[in-house]
Write a protein that binds this ligand. Structure first.
Ligand SMILES: *Cc1c(COP(=O)(O)O)cnc(C)c1O
Length: 374
């Protein structure tokens, strides 16, 4: 049974849980924008102006001036012609993948892809071919074997959510081009964090033009809520007419769109947030990788998996850390493969060097106890 707890987010990367103040190393608010006064005041004035809910789906009467501004701001940010919004990143992935694929097509899916992409694959009715994380020889063999009548569609997270590692986007583009496959990438953990301008891993790898469909979320580094796709007017018009999770769901609240607009401005105006975030993450990853009893894969960026292996031990250490003031995700199967239970540590721009040093000391005390108990 998974426990249901109630958290109160606080500024500065902290939260309250059952009356205790914790340093929150389990949040996806990478740039510390969810509590930013500029987002709050943008949302507050839109709330006063337009009320709370959008009252209808976007195609009926739910698309307000704030939705239109956010679409334009996203297209501008991503240097594309147009954008479309979704109620969540989950809805974007589910809806887009199930709209572009159908029976007779073949979808190639990395085994570590997010559940929303996997569910989209299943809903589409297409054949599904799963390859082990980043194993492109296997992907190539499957592409080779795929029937030549239907479409071939490669679907991948850009940054894998539980491991923080990067998809091999350049080589995926090459394979997609060689086999005339559509390439769909989910930048949920890329947007705002990766790339010189914060457009994601595709920007960092210089392959934005070569990716067929780029999906992002407003719920993580942008500190708001919702999903989006940016691309050519042709693609976006097609999605407006086809994607059921957008057509048959109420539009985002206008105040959320106003907050996301403010977040996009900050991401563009304050690139030092990304630089500082990567520096802090590098410090913490480097320190964690020197600890006994754990495996920390080589990578970069704010998601740092600290693999302990055993689910019971992982839960115990997360609970001990919570007792001394640190909240980290304890991730077990089926979310991750058997034998790879882990603490999922995520650093944000809010966390100071001193917070991270205190976390390392607390973790060391817990790890020392494992040594003693065998
Ligand atoms: C969180 C996440 C999503 C879902 O985004 P929401 O906006 O939270 O619904 C999709 N893909 C990946 C890889 C994610 O980590």
């Amino acid at each position: 049974m998974r426990t249901r707890r109630t958290f109160s987010p606080l500024p500065d990367g902290r939260c309250l849980l059952e009356g205790h103040k914790l340093i929150n190393l389990s949040s996806n608010d990478y740039l510390n924008l969810a509590h930013d006064p500029r987002l709050i005041s943008a949302a507050a004035s839109a709330l006063q102006e337009m009320g709370v809910g959008a009252r209808a789906s976007a195609l009926v009467s739910g698309r307000t001036e704030w939705h239109a501004r956010l679409e334009a701001a996203l297209a501008d940010f991503e240097e594309t012609e147009a954008a479309i919004l979704f109620p969540s990143g989950y809805a974007a992935n589910l809806g887009v993948v199930s709209a572009i694929a159908s029976e007779g097509d073949t979808i190639f899916c990395d085994r570590l892809n997010h559940a929303s992409l996997v569910d989209g694959c299943r809903l589409s009715g297409a054949r599904l071919r799963v390859y082990r994380n980043g194993r492109l020889e296997r992907l190539r063999r499957e592409l080779e074997k795929a029937a030549s009548d239907g479409k071939r569609i490669i679907v991948t997270d850009s940054i894998f959510s539980m491991d923080g590692n990067q998809a091999p986007l350049i080589r995926l583009c090459e394979l997609a081009e060689e086999y005339e496959a559509i390439l769909v990438i989910d930048e949920a953990h890329g947007t705002g964090v990766w790339g010189a301008s914060g457009r994601g891993l595709a920007e960092a790898c210089g392959v934005e033009e070569r990716v067929t469909i780029r999906i992002g979320t407003l719920s993580k580094a942008l500190g708001a809520m919702g999903g989006f796709v940016t691309g050519s007017s042709g693609l976006i018009d097609w999605l407006w007419n086809r994607v059921r999770t957008q057509i048959y769901s109420t539009a985002l609240p206008p105040a959320i769109c106003a907050a996301a607009c403010a977040a996009l401005e900050i991401i563009q105006d304050e690139p030092e947030r990304r630089r500082v975030l990567f520096e802090r993450a590098e410090f913490l990853r480097n320190e964690l990788s020197q600890r006994p009893h754990v495996t920390v894969p080589l990578s970069a960026g704010p998601i740092i998996p600290v693999i302990l292996g055993d689910p019971g031990l992982t839960m115990r250490i997360a609970s001990e850390l919570k007792d001394v003031g640190f909240l980290v995700g304890a991730i077990r199967p089926p979310t991750v493969p058997e034998g790879t239970s882990r603490l999922r540590v995520s650093v944000t721009y809010a966390h100071q060097r001193d917070d991270l040093e205190r976390f390392l000391k607390a973790l060391d005390r817990s790890l020392a106890r494992i040594g003693k108990s065998g």
